[in-house]
Design a protein around this ligand. Structure first.
Ligand code: DC
Length: 211
C-alpha cells in the first residue's frame, strides 16, 4: 500500500506521515529533506539556488548530508523551495522517490507532489492543511525548543512566501490530487490529527479506487 501525504510547510504532514508509517508498519520518506539537501549543497558549493545549472549540480549531494541538522532550519527550507522550482531538479530527484514509493509492501511518503506526480497510483492520499497562523505558531515553538532565535512574524512571512512559490511554480505545484482526502489540522491537537489521518486512510482502503 502506498500512502501519499501532501501539504504545505508546518501543516503537520511530517508528523502524520511518520505516525501512519508506524501504524501501518510501512517505511517512510520525508521528500522535503531531499530538496533541503539540494538547497544546502548549493549553498555549500557557493552556487545560486535560483540558477538551474547550479541547483542541478547540487543534486549530487553526499548521503551524509541528509543527517546534517542544518537541513531542518528555516533558512534551508527557503533554499529548498527555491531549488525545487527547477524542472531539472525535480526530474533528478524523481527516480529515488518513485523507487521508494513502489518498493514491495508499500511506503508512506510526504511532500508536495506525491499524490499528483511521484505516486499518482497511491491507494490513499491525504492533503494536510492548516492556517498560516497555526503553522507559524507551531514552527515558532519548534524552533525555540531547538534554541533557534527567530520571531513569529519572520516565520509567518517566510511561510507565506514559500506557500506562494510552491503553489505558483509551473512544474508540479503544491496542489491537492483530485482523489486526496483533505485534512485541516488548524484546530487539532497532535493525537487528534493522527487519529483523523488513520481513520481517513482506513476509510479509503474500504472503498474502491477512483479512476
Ligand atoms: O516539506 P519541507 O518544508 O521540508 O519542504 C521544503 C521545500 O522543498 C518546499 O518548500 C518545497 C520543496 N518540496 C517540493 O517541491 N516537493 C516535495 N515533494 C517536497 C518538498
Amino acid at each position: 500500500m502506498i500512502i501519499a501525504v501532501d501539504g504545505p510547510t508546518a501543516s503537520g504532514k511530517g508528523t502524520i506521515a511518520k505516525a501512519l508509517a508506524a501504524h501501518f508498519g510501512l517505511p517512510h520518506l520525508d521528500t522535503g529533506l531531499l530538496y533541503r539537501a539540494v538547497g544546502r549543497q548549493c549553498l555549500l558549493d557557493g552556487g545560486d539556488p535560483d540558477d538551474a545549472v547550479a541547483a542541478l549540480a547540487a543534486c549530487a549531494f553526499p548521503e551524509s548530508l541528509l543527517l546534517d541538522p542544518e537541513l531542518r532550519s528555516e533558512a534551508t527550507g527557503g533554499l529548498a523551495s527555491r531549488v525545487s522550482v527547477h524542472p531539472t531538479v525535480r526530474r533528478a530527484l524523481y527516480e529515488r522517490q518513485h523507487a521508494f514509493a513502489t518498493q514491495p509492501g508499500g511506503a508512506v511518503l510526504d511532500g508536495r507532489d506525491i499524490g499528483t506526480v511521484i505516486a499518482p497510483e497511491a491507494e490513499a492520499k491525504l492533503f494536510v492543511t492548516a492556517s498560516v497562523e497555526a503553522r507559524a505558531k507551531r514552527r515558532y515553538l519548534e524552533m525555540h525548543a531547538q534554541g533557534r532565535e527567530i520571531t513569529l512574524e519572520a516565520i509567518a512571512a517566510d511561510l507565506a512566501a514559500r506557500d506562494e512559490r510552491d503553489r505558483s511554480r509551473k512544474d508540479a505545484p503544491l496542489v491537492a490530487a483530485r482523489d486526496a482526502v483533505p485534512l485541516d489540522t488548524s484546530e487539532l491537537k497532535r493525537e487528534e490529527a493522527i487519529a483523523a489521518a488513520i481513520a481517513a486512510v482506513e476509510a479509503r482502503l474500504d472503498q474502491p479506487a477512483v479512476t
